[in-house]
Design a protein around this ligand. Structure first.
Ligand SMILES: [Zn+2]
Length: 509
């Protein structure tokens, strides 16, 4: 072996390391060696294929280096942005990339091309050595996921960076495709609803705000000893004291509330939006949650049925970023400006963990610990937003009615004391539920039990229609006992008796 050849081998290893680094894996020597071995093995049998592989990897690395350094490893947000972002968004994304990473990306590509040019100097290993390296490489890639002890699939545990990147990209395309098909399906299948108006509408604008992860026992308006709901506390309106959400996480809870559940399961074509449309309301859905995300898609499908749908995020809800719900205000104003009778649905990120990210680490209310302080601050921020929304509706001269409710609550982890999405306590299913009208005169609390599974019936009564398919026959806005036992979905999507759950009292003060 000549001295130059040693240098080539060293450069090949550097290149193999850079390929992983471009995919966001900066420190793993083992997988850099894996890349190197793969090139050696392929090179043993086909010089052309090995060269092609190096060029393809280098081009991908060149493109991904600045993107991954800025936005993290390939995921559904990236893929959906790539597919659907407008020119302006693409331009601002490119502008946000850092020059140093662009240069490192270009250097990786140049190095790859240089290596291919001098491929005659690459080491040619023997057949037996190739087999040995193949076994080592395969073991290095396949044994770690085999040893993982969890419920995810084998492929989800493979850590080899190019494989992860490829799989994540593939999964993203599959999820996007699935969502698009569901939306298209939703557009062609007509609703079965044919509601009739029961009275002259008292309201012209119906505003439905869906909050996130809020326990009502952390709200002053429901008796919490903290000043986090100044607006709701002083507002007249109807407050449900015993509303039990259908589930303890967003999608199961909201799908079972916003959709009709028939013998075949959830009926996407019979959503509250379709009901409102059948009742003559112009509908908008304004969301600060995601669109194509794995957990976001079912609600995106519902939201897309609206005459006007706005999603602040193309991919998932991006819960690790500070993206305050107040950023939705311009879109909310646009919807409120429409002159027709309307329903404006606003889906917030609200108080979703991590709470301090929600409030950008800024809180005025100091409780015993920081997470609880941030949690009540997030509630206070939402309260402020509700105040702003109703002020905007009044300013538009509307006769408005606002239904505000939470998708579910949270409860403290017995192990860490953190507030989490769990199915272990009543409070996981105890969000707020209130209706405030522009002309509300008094504050009324309703103690009667109400269930998220009856949401469509409550909704129909709120917008003033009777829908035969929903066979309501109960006055939900009174103390009438519409059901005697609330059931909720547990973590396995099985129904259980809400009253059988233990209570998780509030902590933090
Ligand atoms: Zn939720």
């Amino acid at each position: 072996m000549q001295k130059n050849d040693k240098a080539i081998i060293a450069l090949l290893i550097v290149w193999a390391f850079l390929v992983n680094a471009a995919l966001g894996v900066y420190y793993n020597i083992g997988y850099a060696i894996t890349n190197f071995f793969i090139i050696l093995i392929v090179f043993r049998y086909s010089k052309l294929l090995a060269s092609a592989l190096v060029i393809i990897y280098s081009v991908i690395a060149c493109l991904l280096f600045p993107v991954v350094a800025n936005f993290g490893k390939p995921n559904i947000n990236m893929v959906s942005s790539l597919l659907y972002a407008n020119n302006e968004e693409i331009f601002s994304t490119i502008k946000s990339l850092h020059l140093i990473w662009i240069l490192i990306g270009i250097a990786t590509l140049v190095l790859g091309l240089f290596l291919v040019k001098f491929r005659s100097r690459w080491p040619v290993i023997r057949h037996k050595t190739a087999l040995l390296l193949l076994v080592i490489t395969a073991a290095g890639i396949l044994i770690p996921p085999y040893l993982e002890d969890n419920e995810r699939g084998f492929a989800d545990d493979v850590k080899y960076p190019p494989f992860i990147a490829l799989k994540k990209t593939w999964d993203a395309f599959a999820a996007i495709d699935k969502t698009n098909k569901m939306i298209a399906q939703g557009e062609i299948s007509k609703s079965d609803f044919s509601p009739r108006l029961i009275n002259n509408p008292r309201y012209h604008t119906f505003i439905m705000v869906i909050d996130e992860s809020v326990r009502r026992d952390y709200m002053q308006v429901y008796g919490a000893p903290v000043d986090d709901t100044p607006f709701l506390s002083r507002s007249a309106g109807t407050f449900f004291n015993n509303y039990v959400s259908a589930g303890f996480s967003t999608v199961p809870s909201l799908t079972h509330s916003l959709l009709r559940v028939g013998s075949g399961g959830l009926q996407y074509h019979n959503s509250v939006i379709r009901l409102a449309q059948a009742a003559g309301l112009e509908t908008s859905w304004i969301s600060n949650q995601g669109f194509y995300g794995y957990y976001d898609a079912p609600l995106a499908v519902i939201g897309k049925q609206a005459d006007r749908a706005y999603f602040a995020k193309l991919g998932n809800a991006e819960l690790k970023k500070y993206t305050p719900d107040s950023l939705l205000m311009p879109e909310i104003m646009k919807s409120l400006a429409a002159k027709k009778p309307k329903l404006v649905i606003i889906h917030l990120v609200g108080s979703h963990p991590d709470f301090c990210t929600r409030v950008n680490d800024r809180y005025d209310i100091k409780l015993k610990d920081i997470p609880h302080s941030c949690y009540v601050q997030s509630i206070r921020n939402t309260d402020r937003l509700l105040s702003d929304i109703t002020a905007a509706a009044s300013h538009a001269g509307d006769k408005w009615s606002m239904l505000y409710f939470g998708d579910h609550g949270l409860s403290h982890s017995p192990a860490t004391g953190e507030l989490l999405h769990r199915d272990g306590a009543k409070e996981n299913y105890m969000p707020p539920f209130a209706v405030i009208d522009y002309d509300s005169r008094e504050k009324k609390h309703i103690a009667a039990l109400r269930s998220g599974f009856d949401f469509q019936r409550i909704f129909a009564q709120w917008i003033g229609v009777v829908e035969p398919l929903l066979n309501a026959g109960c006055d939900y806005f009174s103390e009438q006992a519409c059901l005697n036992k609330a059931r909720v979905l547990d973590g396995n999507m099985q129904l259980m008796d809400f009253s059988s759950l233990p209570s998780d009292p509030p902590r933090g003060w």
